[in-house]
Ligand binder design. Sequence first.
Ligand SMILES: *[C@@H]1O[C@H](CO)[C@@H](O)[C@H](O)[C@H]1NC(C)=O
Ligand SMILES: CC(=O)N[C@H]1CO[C@H](CO)[C@@H](O)[C@@H]1O
Length: 459
Amino acid sequence: MSDDSLHILVFPWLAFGHMLPLLQLSKSLAKRGHRITYISTPTNIQRLVQIQPDLSPGIQFLSFPLPPVEHLPETAEATGDIPLEKVQYLKKAFDGLEAPFSTFFKSACADKSTRPDWVIMDFTHHWLPKIAEDCCVPCTYFSVFIAPALVFFGPCSELLSGYRTSVEDFTVPPNWIPFPSNVAFRLHEARSFLSVGEKNASGITDTERIVSVINGSKLVCVRSCHSLESKWLSLLSKLYAKEVMPVGLLPPSIEQSNRSTTDVGELDVMDWLDRQHIESVLYIAFGSEATLSLELLHELALGIEISKVHFLWALRKPDGLPEGFIERTKEFGVVMGWVPQMRVLAHASVGGFLTHCGWSSVVENFQFGHPLVQLPIYADQGLNARILEEKEIGVVIPRDEETGNFRREEVAKVVRFVMVEEEGKVIRHNAKQLKEIFTDRNSHEKHIDDFVEKLKTFK
Ligand SMILES: *[C@@H]1O[C@H](CO)[C@@H](O)[C@H](O)[C@H]1NC(C)=O
Ligand SMILES: CC(=O)N[C@H]1CO[C@H](CO)[C@@H](O)[C@@H]1O
C-alpha cells in the first residue's frame, strides 16, 4: 500500500438506502487503494455481503451488536425490518453503539497501523464528532439527501432556532434560496414529515442529530454531481460555511440487484416482461419502507386497473389489494413480492416507473431514463418530487393538500399521460435526456477522484 493511501471508517445509518450507497462509495475508494473499515451491525453486514459477494479485501467489516431496547423487535437491525413508527427505537438502540464505538476508536487511534485518517458518518451520528475530535481525526457527513433538500432544511443556526414554528412554514421555499424554486413540502407531506420527526424515544430529534453531525464535519459530501445540482451545491456550501463536495451518484451495478439465493419467481417476471411490447410496462414499487394506507392502496390499484396500462408491481404484502384485483388485471399485470429492481428497470419492455421518489430508486431509474409517475410518501420524498417536477421528467399524482388523499381517476389519468398519451411525449423525451447525466460513469469517477484528493489534503 502506497504512503498516501488512506484508512477510512465508513459508518452508515441502519437503513439500506444509506448502507448501499456508502458500500458503493467504499468499493470505489478501495479500488483506488484505500483501506476501508465499514461499520454496521452483524445481520446488516451479513445481508450486505450476500447482496455483494464480490467485495475486495480492501474493505473490512466491523460489526457492533445493537443493545436490546424496549419496543424494538430483537431481530430488527435496519429500518426496513420495522414499521416507520418504530424507527425511533432503532435510533435509541443505535445511540447505544456510542460506547463500544468509542472504545474501538480510541484503541484504533493508539496504533499507527490502524489509526483512521477519516470518518465518513451519517445524519444520525450526533455523538461521533466528539469522539473523533478527541483523537484529532476529521469527520465528514455523507448525505443521501439531495442538496436541494439540505438547502430547504437550512443552515444549523436556522435549524437550531426552530424558525419554522408551524406546519405551514414547511410548505413555502425558505428565503435563503435566492433563485426561483418550488422546493417545499405540500401540507400533507409536511404533516407526515413532522409526525415522524417528533417521535423521539431516544430523547434527541433528527434535527438535533443532523446539526451536531454537520457542525462536527470538516466537509460535507453529498450523493450528487455538479451537472445535476451545481447551483444547489454552491448555495449549500454558503449556508453551511464549509466545503460541500458531490461524490457522484453512486449508481449500483445491475448484478447488485440480484439475490444470491435462487428466486424461482424471478424467472417468471423476466419471462413475462419478455412477452410484453417495448416500453409498454409501468413498473410500480415503493421500496421496503414506505407504505400507503389501505384506503389509498385500493385507490391506487383501482386507478391502475382503469388505466389499462400494463404493469409489474413489486409489493411486499399483496393481501392489501382490493378484492378480485389480481384476477381482473391478470391479462395485463402481475404483482410480485420481490423483483430484481435494476434488472426490471433495464428491461426493454419497461416504459415508466411509478415511484415514491426515494433517491436510490430515482438513481436506479435514470440509468435507463424512464419517465416517472410520482407518488412521494414520506421523509424527503416530497422534496425530491419537487425537484423532479422542475425537470419535467415525470408527473406527480395530484393529492388533496389537506388530507393527502387522491382519486383513482387521477391515478389513471397521470399513468396514461406518462405512459401513452401524445401530450406526455415531452416528459418521456426529457427523461431519456436526463439519463445521460445519470449514466456518465467518467463524471462519477472524476467526482470520487476529487473527493479523495480533498481527503488527502487533511492527512
Ligand atoms: C459545534 O462544534 C464545536 C467545536 O467542535 C463545539 O464546541 C460545539 O458545541 C458544536 N455545536 C453544536 C451545536 O453541536
Ligand atoms: C422536539 C421534541 O419533540 N423533543 C422532545 C424529544 O424527547 C424529549 C424527551 O422525551 C423531550 O423532552 C423533547 O421535548
